[in-house]
Design a protein around this ligand. Sequence first.
Ligand code: ADP
Length: 659
Amino acid sequence: MALKLIDKVLVANRGEIACRVFRTAKRLGISSVAVYSEADKNSLHTLMADSAFHIGPAAPTESYLNKMKIIETIKKSGSSAVHPGYGFLSENADFASLCQQNSIVFIGPPASAIKSMGSKSESKKIMIKAGVPVVPGYQDDAQDIELLKAEAEKIGYPVLIKAVMGGGGKGMKLAQSSKEFITQLESAKRESLKAFGDDRVILEKYITSPRHIEVQVFADTYGNAVYLYERDCSVQRRHQKVIEEAPSNIDEIKRHTMGKTATQAALAVGYVGAGTVEFIYDEQTKEFYFMEMNTRLQVEHPVTEMITGLDLVEWQFRVASGFHLPLKQEDIKRSGHAIEARIYAENPYNSFLPTSGKLIHLSLPDTWDKVRIDSGVRQNDEISVFYDPLIAKLIVLGNSRDEALNLLHSSLSNYHVCGLPTNIGFLKTLVNNKKFRDYDFNTNFIPQNQHELLHKPEISEEDYGIISACLSIKESQCPKKTTSPWDKEEDFRVNSESLKNYFFENFEAGVSVKLSKGEFKVNSGKWNMSIQGSYLGNNTYQIKTSNGIQKVRVVDYEGSLWFVNNDGVVHIVSMKEQYKMEDKGTTQTVLNVKAPIPGKIIKILCKPGDDIKENAVVAVIESMKMEHMIVAPRNAKIVNVFFKEGDFVNSKDTLVVLE
Ligand code: ADP
């Protein structure tokens, strides 16, 4: 019987990887089905599939990890196959078995291979039997504490303690000496029990100068296996990868040996489909050892796609449909140097802690065959607390490593995110770091070079001038689309003689901006500059100063201004509430009364020209079914009222201006 490609696939995942799989499915004419949790009902991945099914609440255990719900949805949707992506159920042997029992094609290896490789102890034993080098250590079943301690002594310190069922660096602790062993062992066991419900450990010699080099393998159902070269993923924070690149800095002979060894490892467990064999490479001895096999498509697979020109998801579909591997080993070529940077919602300057929130502004570098972005979010989407804070993967291809790094740096400079902190600035520093450029790095690179990598760029005084000019431009040019006071040109025109002062937290001097003959004269007392500019829409301004033309962004969000300078550096600045305005020679001190929360104006109790007393209620806002009184902060005359009853306001919108 002639083989046929799978006709309909459900992707049991979300975000960028779901979008990635849908792209190839579409190209191959495979119908696609998305699943989504409550938190993802408006997510990009639901729009990219031909149909989408709701599978439960935001919590992964109740949706993306709910095996029965997913099996039921596969059947309901008429899909013949399921692609698990990475994470979630991708390495869940029980789920793979359930699929088989329900005659659903699981796009991945057989459950038995997942099981063998899922345990660090079992996989090591299988590898030793198959002649694959492993890190010297202890991987037997007996877990008696005294015995483990004796084994650690035998291995020689430092010793790495790893959870048998571990992953993502969890349950992994380093014991530098016998003194620390018991404390670290207990900590590893506690962490492992919490994360994996299993507290068994293995012990390994700690390689002090290790590189993480992994080999992409592919196997079909006919017992053939090939390798698609390696990736260096040594640059990690919290034992998690940030930068991945291919090829790695090893010679051709080593590359071939590693590749062959990796296919040997895959075949030893009857592997099928895409897999990654991770090796630890000792820079000092140039030896490599098997660490583990990831039995799924990796986050960083695009790096391999860039250097080989192949589509690994297409290979997955073909192999899962029963086809032979599309290419023989000798026909798999590579060219150029590819690098992937993972763009995360996280704060590098606060221990790389993940962040969440809304992508208030998102603009991307141009993509072409050498710059690729895999992402599952758009401007205004949320990075949810429930899932991985990955915003996107930016992958570039250069003729050389240097060329690729330059391209990565310039692409990162054009990747602008406002609304939540990201690691983009950190990645740019990293990419230009001399040691990194010189291949002088191992898996400890980030922690060991923190002082060089983690200095936050400072905002310049000139930047305050540019921000002030942008605010004036916006006030004078803003289209009349919304109810925001900034959009009411007749009320807020910056006319030829007007002067505005802007005061910022952390910049005491303040900035004055005067519009004169089409130019903004910007002055801080210490310096002045002339700026011409225009608002281009989507928070973007074109600014002309004596230094030339620049494109900058100013995003007003929740009381802060997010400023993206011409180099793509993001600064967050806060404005002081009060500013002075001189108009036609008279000086008035005006005060904006702003909405403290978003809501509906249900009462306006003043009009321009009214004299009001301190603490008099000027407006009432209804928010979350509660009424909030907005009061005058002092005795004053009302200069302007920007809203009428029934209008909706955002937090920090100016409601009333007092003189
Ligand atoms: P996990 O499955 O939790 O991700 P791995 O075994 O894949 O754990 O190891 C994660 C990382 O920890 C590796 O990429 C490497 O940086 C480091 N590592 C693992 N084993 C060793 C070792 N024996 N010596 C030194 N570093 C190691």
